[in-house]
Design a binder for this molecule. Structure first.
Ligand code: PEP
Ligand code: MG
Length: 372
């Protein structure tokens, strides 16, 4: 809840020290030396925001169900164990994405098995019976860590995430053993980032089996039935989601990367950020294919990219059949408010209509109608 804006060009030269500024994180604007009227206007907005937050806190303890009584799980994304406090404050149903890269960042060495084990264990323990989805190292491109030794010309397409882990089996084994060892202290699931082929998935599963065997030989306890899910963030995998759904225990759609790879827009390049469009008809189609594939093979499908926390999209996604949303903890109550006021049965036909729209502009208008 700290207002912030990124990728503002030349802000340091345009804003002088001690100048009064308004940081409007909702709209992505900074106002330098605001006039008295603007300042007053923003004071009113700040009060309204405060009142809305108070109202939202009232729905914290209500069960997350739609009007027609469908249970929806709102999970949280975390990056460091310290985020748990906010997960609990917002009453998340569990952790839908633990981005483990942050344990490898801002250091020269690699975290060893015991260090990782202690962290995963503490997160699992503090969430008690609730799900904790631990994503294996998604290093490279936008998340450079101590595991990256070289950077390619196209880092987003290079040796990153599961590709890096498969090429460094020792590094991967340390993390897998740490996750497995922690698995008996809570409801841990493993999530594989950036799969692009079935071969990668099968290789990963073999390495998980190998890590399990080594623990068994050492008589170390772990959950033998730990679930293994895959991130759907490469279009090739979304198109073939049915094939992956048969070999995975659950699917999690990483829309941040799915948009990047589908539209060929570098998510870290602000010169093309105006083209980064989650409402492109092709993106909605890929999400829909994945949700339907999960349904067909009775596998849970969640979205853990930013789209999950966007309240404008909650109804559309519910109408498409999504029942698991994982987002920044600060978004949970706003999305919950939408869920409590929605009837999934009534959303199905409007969502199907939106999926047929040819342009994002139409999609935007139809979504506005859906939210009225
Ligand atoms: C995603 O790509 O949508 C995602 C959740 O992963 P990250 O943002 O960490 O790449
Ligand atoms: Mg991603």
């Amino acid at each position: 809840n700290i207002p912030s804006i990124v990728a503002l060009q030349n802000a340091r030269t345009l804003i002088k020290n001690n100048e009064k500024i308004i940081v409007d994180g909702n709209q992505g604007i900074v106002i330098v030396n605001p006039s008295k009227d603007i300042l007053e206007d923003y004071e009113v907005r700040q009060n309204i925001w405060g009142i809305e937050q108070q109202k939202l806190s009232k729905i914290k303890n209500i069960q997350c169900k739609t009007i027609n009584n469908e249970k929806i799980e709102l999970l949280a994304n975390i990056e460091v164990p310290g985020d748990i406090e906010s997960v609990k404050n917002n009453k998340a149903a569990g952790i839908g994405l633990f981005r483990t890269e942050f344990l490898f960042m801002n250091r020269k060495d690699l975290p060893n098995e015991d260090e990782q084990f202690e962290i995963y264990k503490s997160v699992a323990r503090s969430m008690k019976e609730k799900t904790v989805v631990i994503r294996t190292l998604d290093s490279g491109a936008d998340k450079l860590t101590s595991a990256d030794t070289t950077i390619s010309a196209n880092p987003a397409l290079g040796l990153r995430a599961i590709r890096l882990c498969l090429s460094e089996p020792q590094l991967f084994n340390i993390q897998l053993r740490a996750i497995l060892r922690a698995s008996r202290f809570g409801k841990i699931k493993i999530l594989i980032p950036m799969l692009s082929s079935l071969t990668e998935l099968r290789q990963t599963k073999l390495l998980i089996e190998r890590a399990k065997k080594s623990l068994m030989n050492e008589k170390i306890l772990f959950n033998k039935n730990i679930m293994v899910g895959g991130m759907i963030e490469v279009p090739a995998v979304a198109i073939n989601a049915e094939i992956f759904a048969q070999e995975l225990d659950f699917l999690s759609i990483g829309t941040n990367d799915l948009v990047q790879y589908t539209l060929a827009i570098d998510r870290t390049d602000d010169r093309v950020s105006h083209l980064y469009n989650s409402l492109h008809p092709a993106i909605l189609k890929l999400i829909n294919i994945t949700i339907k594939a999960g349904r067909k093979y009775k596998k849970e499908v969640s979205i853990c990219g930013e789209m999950a926390g966007d309240t404008k999209l909650t109804r559309l996604l519910l109408g498409m059949g999504l029942r698991y949303f994982s987002m920044h903890p600060s978004r949970i109550l706003s999305v919950k408010k939408q869920v409590l006021n929605s009837n999934t049965q009534k959303l199905v036909s409007s969502s199907a209509k939106i999926l047929k729209a040819k342009e994002s502009e139409n999609i935007r208008t139809l979504i506005q109608k859906l939210n009225q």
